[in-house]
Design a protein around this ligand. Structure first.
Ligand code: F6P
Length: 358
């Protein structure tokens, strides 16, 4: 009998259930009745507390298009994994004990950056692990693409499209704040796809004057509206000079709910124009995966099943060009895939006259 545990960890995204289904169905095809799959509840939390259930084969049917995760998820910060807190639980020991108790052959982990640091830790502790890269941020190092990203791009683009029509009617400047955490893939893609006039990314610190010039130039050209696609992690050129600590404290004392509201106030003052802010927030992570993500999740799922069948543990499945490969967790953990400032997408935007605020 083969016994496989599976968990989803960190912020959810579209395609998690499609990926779970991909792993499970491919394993059932390989091993049929010789397979038991255990669903671990709410990510690493369930592995620590021992909350899991034996799944039935039917549990993996009808979930290809379902948003969220049938296993639940939670954020368990990596930096606290080795810290004994008030509950007096040694989390790493507890996870290893529960793995043993479940008599698992392998643990399948679906997650983003933080999740991969803990997956690597578990692998180093001797647990056979196979992982799949998920996140709307597309910032997992080692894979060209994470599942969830394209679905979120679709949603964020729809927001930019809808804002375009009302901005045009009213002759207003609109900021659409787009998720992506500390990297700019999502705002870059949604900004390009939605025809934004200004795209601000964490990787390119912005200068207020430069944005003001762009808005004024558009006014001169008779364009009475402008759309700014602003990353939630956007930073100004002045902020980029601060140390990590100084930046944190400056942001903690910022009187606006997010960077977009501060920018709206500054731009309003500098241009005298009416500036509105739209923050689609977690909407970008919700609902059904788009067709691209359904395919990618399925390919990742079946590739993960193959790694498990080959006992090729300690690896993450990744997209490299058009191929799915397995790469060692030790290479992935602790690295962030940021947007290269000289990438073709940014250059293409610049060629169109889009401002990146620099
Ligand atoms: O990592 C995915 C993500 O949606 C980021 O884009 C965003 O910064 C963060 O999660 C939000 O986290 P939470 O769901 O914990 O508010």
């Amino acid at each position: 009998m083969k016994r496989i545990g599976i968990l989803t960890s960190g912020g959810d995204c579209q395609g998690l259930n499609a990926a779970i289904r991909g792993v499970a169905k491919a394993l059932y095809v390989k091993w049929g009745k010789d397979l038991e799959i255990y669903g671990i509840q709410d990510g690493y939390r369930g592995l620590i507390t021992g909350e899991y259930r034996k799944m039935k084969q039917e549990d993996f049917s009808g979930i290809l298009t379902l948003g969220g995760t049938i296993l639940g998820t939670s954020r368990q910060p990596f930096k606290k994994m080795r810290v004994i807190e008030e509950d007096n639980v040694d989390k790493v020991c507890a996870m290893k004990e529960n793995f043993k108790k479940m008599k698992l052959d392998c643990l399948v982990i679906l997650g983003g950056n933080g999740t991969h640091k803990t997956a690597n830790l578990l692998s180093e502790e001797g647990i056979p692990v196979v992982t799949l890269p998920k996140t709307i941020d597309n910032d997992v190092w080692g894979t060209d693409m994470t599942f969830g990203f394209h679905s979120a791009v679709e949603i964020a683009t729809t927001v930019v499209d809808c804002i375009h029509t009302t901005a045009t009617s009213h002759g207003r400047v609109f900021i659409v704040e787009i998720m992506g955490h500390k990297v700019g893939w999502l705002p870059l893609y949604a900004g390009l796809a939605g025809g934004a006039d200004v795209i601000l990314l964490p990787e390119i610190p912005y200068k207020l004057n430069s944005i003001v010039k762009t808005l004024e130039q558009r006014n001169k050209e008779g364009k009475n509206f402008s759309i700014l696609a602003v990353a939630e992690g956007a930073i100004s050129a002045e902020e980029a000079k601060l140390s990590k600590k100084e930046f944190k404290s400056a942001r903690a004392s910022m009187q606006y709910p997010s960077i977009s509201y501060r920018l709206a106030a500054e731009l309003g003052e500098a241009t005298g124009q009416e500036i509105r802010v739209t923050v689609p927030g977690h909407f970008q992570r919700g609902g059904s995966p788009c067709a691209y993500d359904r395919v990618l999740s399925t390919r990742f799922g079946t590739a993960a099943a193959q790694l498990i069948a080959n006992k090729d543990y300690g690896k993450m499945v990744a997209l490299k060009g058009t191929q799915i490969i397995g790469i060692p967790l030790s290479e992935v953990a602790g690295k962030l895939k940021t947007v290269p400032v000289d990438c073709e997408e940014i250059q293409s935007g610049r060629d169109l006259g889009i401002s990146f605020g620099d």
